[in-house]
Write a protein that binds this ligand. Structure first.
Ligand SMILES: [Zn+2]
Length: 259
């Protein structure tokens, strides 16, 4: 079974560690984009997991509640959009705890899953997730991307030494086919060939928005932020005809990882 995941953050989150400032008139409310994604998920009766940044949740509590009340799983995407690899154990634990408690207070239920910003990694992460009562992590992209990537012992869901379940996102020969921002650059026939039977997809609400403010950034970032935005929803519809998607939690329950 395939998994649909959404990393919920402000549209300029990929720029957060590059010191690029956003002015007030360059902010965009992504609530309408999230509504588009929710409508598509409901139309195709997909499940999905939304990994939400703590700082985003504090700014947009109504959006978080809408996602939760629509019946979709909510996980944590950390508290602020920073790489976690350079953080001390205490810094990381405080950030994970804050991000998780922000979400739990808003939705009134337990958060089970975590995904780090930028698919970054910190060796303290599994133990911290366990100490805070989380069950699984999906911070691993076993290949290369604009943002990061890390080798892992298996491309399929597996248990780490401390019992936390790791759910890597999908790659093909190292290419991050999990990311809609990459996949939308390819012809649909090639997409059909590349995606595996058990496919882990991720996207961001900014990827359906066609009027993001134009910033003078590198070609790499312009491609990531602006290229072929009109292709995202048709691509998701096409993929919906190929795969039935579910949330991470539902997938881990049906495969026996969570009882
Ligand atoms: Zn992110």
């Amino acid at each position: 079974m395939s998994i649909f995941s959404v990393d919920v953050e402000e549209w300029h989150a990929p720029l957060s560690h590059r010191g690029i400032a956003i002015s007030a008139d360059q902010q965009r409310d992504l609530h309408p984009e999230i509504e588009k994604i929710l409508a598509l998920l409901k139309e195709f009766k997909h499940g999905a997991t939304f990994f939400i940044l703590g700082s985003y949740a504090r700014q947009h509590p109504k959006t978080v509640r809408l996602i939760s009340e629509s019946g979709f799983e909510i996980g944590s995407h950390y508290d602020e959009h920073v790489r976690i690899d350079g953080l001390s154990r205490d810094e990381l634990k405080n950030g994970v705890a804050s991000g998780v408690s922000t979400i739990e207070e808003l939705i009134g239920s337990k958060v089970l899953g975590f995904r780090a910003p930028f698919f970054s990694w910190n060796d303290h992460l599994p133990d911290i997730l366990k100490e805070l009562g989380l069950v699984y992590d999906s911070s691993t992209l076993p290949g290369f991307s604009f943002l990061g990537g890390r080798r892992t012992r298996s491309r399929a869901p597996h248990r780490l030494d401390n019992g936390i379940i790791e759910v890597p996102v999908s790659t093909f020969m190292g290419f991050p086919i999990s990311g809609i921002s990459y996949l939308k650059m390819l012809p649909f026939g090639l997409v059909c060939f590349l995606i595996p039977k058990d496919y882990v997809l991720y996207l961001h609400p900014r990827e359906t928005c066609q009027d993001l403010p134009r910033l003078n950034v590198s070609l790499k970032l312009r491609t990531l932020l602006y290229a072929r935005q009109d292709r995202t929803l048709p691509l998701l519809r096409g993929l919906s005809g190929l795969r039935q998607f579910q949330s991470m939690e539902a997938s881990l329950r049906s495969s026996g990882f969570i009882s």
